[in-house]
Design a protein around this ligand. Structure first.
Ligand SMILES: Nc1nc2c(ncn2[C@@H]2O[C@H](COP(=O)(O)OP(=O)(O)O)[C@@H](O)[C@H]2O)c(=O)[nH]1
Ligand SMILES: [Mg+2]
Length: 399
């Protein structure tokens, strides 16, 4: 998936003023036919090269994307990870994707705040704080290719890339830009998601279950290995969580004792989760005291191995399927075009093979004009347009 090239494509198209048609002389001599075939072949070559991602896969560094509920301690945890890497001579690189954070406890190598000013975005697009953060992330995602390039250039000198995400989890996990960023990483480096859990806040079985359901949705959405980091173990130990995850009966018993909430529904959900727990690693950590760091990095290493064994081949398969689909679509379009030209007997023929894209592009231009003075709804509409387009481009290995 290549956002830049997609944006470039938009530019090129809008510059064309919609006149992607070519006049074919009505005589239709053999020579002209050859010329036509030549130009069509060229079209084919160009189309096939534009869809490539442009980055080759590397085994190092391992990308750790830190996600978790607001206040679970992502930023503090990241700071601790940075301290740990520096103390253990592990070579790390730090990326901050939270545009709204006031001060960072660690020094970020790449900081979204250097590129996008979230308060300016709020003003300019007339958005609230969440809309501002989301839009800033969207804007940053359009140039994420360059971030990948920077990391690729340093790949030989790095062991890990630590990625901090916006406070509100859904801004990253449920947005198109979050998906784009995750996928850009996962298609270039081994990538692991670290899900930070606020352990003291998850001591009630119901809160624990809803937190785990969220983690579960992230696992299936990103299709990446997931490490659960039970944070704040300096306040509350995470043994209860391990017990609930290992022993279904123990969790059921805890549920029963919590008489505020008990139903067959929650029982069924916990059965689903039982299956989910088998697919992940969990460690207890404390971002404040520094406990559990070695265990965390061990879990990350094991997950990176798992990525190479399972996830990478799955990704390759999905990518191959996508390429094949694109190839078939292209052949189909070219065939259709050839037929149209024969039928038209040399009349004016439209040489555009991706009319659908063009239609979407027109939509985007129209809606772009509305953004400045319209409300957030309008932006959401535009998001949807981008989303559909994304699905078209990366659907087969997207979420
Ligand atoms: N006691 C304790 N507090 C923590 C720990 N990690 C984070 N916190 C606190 O949790 C709050 C939220 O942390 P922050 O890193 O900003 O959360 P984020 O929104 O997930 O990035 C802050 O007050 C931190 O001091 C920890 O391991 N132990
Ligand atoms: Mg934070």
């Amino acid at each position: 998936m290549d956002i830049d090239s997609k944006l470039d494509k938009f530019d090129v198209k809008s510059g064309d003023e919609g006149s992607s048609s070519m006049q074919v002389d009505s005589k239709g001599t053999a020579e002209e036919k050859d010329e036509l075939t030549d130009s069509m072949n060229k079209l084919n070559v160009e189309a096939s090269s534009s869809g490539q991602a442009g980055h080759s896969f590397r085994r190092k560094p391992v990308i750790i994307i830190v996600v978790g509920m607001a206040g679970s301690g992502k930023t503090t945890f990241l700071h601790r990870l940075v301290c740990h890497t520096q103390a253990s001579r592990i070579r790390g690189y730090v990326l901050n994707l939270d545009p709204a954070v006031m001060t960072l406890p660690y020094g970020a190598n790449i900081d979204i705040r250097d590129t996008v000013k979230y308060k300016e975005v709020m003003k300019q697009f007339n958005l609230g704080p969440n809309g501002g953060i989301l839009t800033s992330l969207n804007l940053f995602a359009t140039k994420f290719d360059e971030v990948i390039q920077v990391i690729e250039n340093r790949a030989d000198q790095l062991d890990y890339v630590l990625v901090d995400t916006p406070g509100q989890i859904e801004i990253f996990t449920w947005s198109a830009s979050g998906a784009i960023i995750t996928e850009a990483f996962a298609s270039t480096f081994p990538t692991v998601v670290a899900y930070v859990v606020d352990t003291p806040r998850s001591s009630s079985p119901v809160t624990f279950m809803s937190n785990m359901l969220y983690a579960c949705s992230i696992l299936y959405k990103t299709r990446l290995p997931l490490v659960l980091a039970f944070n704040k173990t300096d306040v509350a130990q995470h043994q209860f969580a391990l017990e609930w995850m290992e022993d279904f009966e123990a969790f059921q018993a805890a549920m029963r004792s919590d008489d505020s909430y008990m139903s067959t529904f929650s029982q069924s959900l916990s059965l689903v989760l039982d299956e989910f727990y088998k697919n992940l690693r969990s460690v207890g950590v404390s971002a404040v005291s520094g406990a559990g760091m070695d265990a965390f990095f061990k879990a990350i290493e094991a997950s990176a191995e798992e990525y190479m064994e399972t996830y990478k081949s799955d990704l390759d398969k999905r990518r191959a399927e996508k390429q094949q689909m694109e190839e078939e679509q292209r052949k189909h379009n070219m065939e259709k075009l050839r037929r149209d030209m024969e039928q038209s007997g040399g009349q004016s023929v439209v040489l555009s093979t991706d009319l659908k894209d063009k239609g979407q592009n027109d939509n985007m231009v129209e809606e772009d004009e509305d953004i400045e003075d319209d409300d957030f709804e309008t932006f959401t509409d535009k998001e949807d347009v981008i989303d559909e387009d994304e699905d078209e481009e990366v659907g087969s290995f997207s979420f």
